[in-house]
Design a protein around this ligand. Structure first.
Ligand code: JB2
Length: 216
């Protein structure tokens, strides 16, 4: 079983995000071994584009020779799973870029990154390991997207924006150039961020304000 997994990918999770990643893998002619999920009847198991269920969601179950990618959206759950990744498998995380994304030749993508259709990762931008630049998101020049950070569909980061690890920049939100967003932050759907965001802060609205300050 181990040898047969070499150069095929295993997707962690079997929901909508896993299906999106699997579809791009197929378009890029990357063979898929299957998915891990505690639910054997997760959406990836049936319907169009179904893939085999290989077992429960436990990084230790990843077959030794396989390549793998996180196929789950929830950042906290991803973080927990990634922390349990056996050291010998860390370098086997594979980056998948949808064939319709644009990646500047001077941009740098880490391991285990997902870049969706219509996304742009522009000049000298960097995306850390297990980052997500989802469908139609724009990461402008010189941006830095941290480890396990998710730039959601349609979100836009202006030039030189930095978003540190384990943060979510929500659907359709915008971040002005040179803004810094800390670790473990959430930028709400449609927000417009015009000031730096501290570690752990959740901001919403136009202009974006801390959630906690809304009640004060
Ligand atoms: O806390 C968890 C957990 N959360 C999700 N514990 C365990 N054991 N399993 C969990 N899962 C598993 O991940 C579920 O079994 C599920 O099959 C799989 C995917 O989770 P879900 O279907 O909730 O969503 P998703 O991660 O595929 O997609 C989300 O994130 C994407 C980025 C959705 O919000 C999508 O709309 C979004 N595009």
């Amino acid at each position: 079983m181990v040898d047969s997994m070499i150069d095929r990918i295993v997707i962690l999770g079997g929901g909508g995000h896993a299906l999106v990643v699997a579809e791009a893998a197929r378009l890029a002619n990357i063979p898929i071994a299957g998915f891990l999920d505690d639910d054997p009847d997760a959406p990836a198991a049936s319907g169009d584009g179904s893939i085999p269920h290989l077992g429960g969601l436990d990084m230790r179950r990843l077959p030794m020779g396989c390549l793998w990618i996180m196929g789950i959206g929830n950042i906290d759950f991803r973080k927990k799973l990634l922390a349990a990744c056996p050291p010998e498998l860390r370098e086997r995380a594979v980056t998948i870029v949808h064939p319709r994304a644009f990646i500047s030749p001077s941009a740098r993508l880490g391991r285990g990154v997902w870049v969706g259709p219509g996304a742009v990762v522009h000049t000298r931008a960097q995306v850390g390991d297990h980052g997500i630049v989802n469908s139609g998101a724009i990461v402008e020049h010189d941006c830095k997207v941290g480890f396990n950070t998710h730039i959601a569909p349609g979100a836009a980061l202006g030039g030189r924006v930095e978003v540190l690890a384990n943060s979510l920049v929500g659907l359709g939100s915008s971040v002005l150039p040179s803004i810094r967003i800390g670790t473990g932050c959430v930028v709400g759907t449609g927000a417009v961020v015009i000031r730096h965001v501290d570690d752990g802060e959740r901001v919403v609205g136009v202009p974006a304000k801390a959630l906690s300050s809304r009640s004060t």
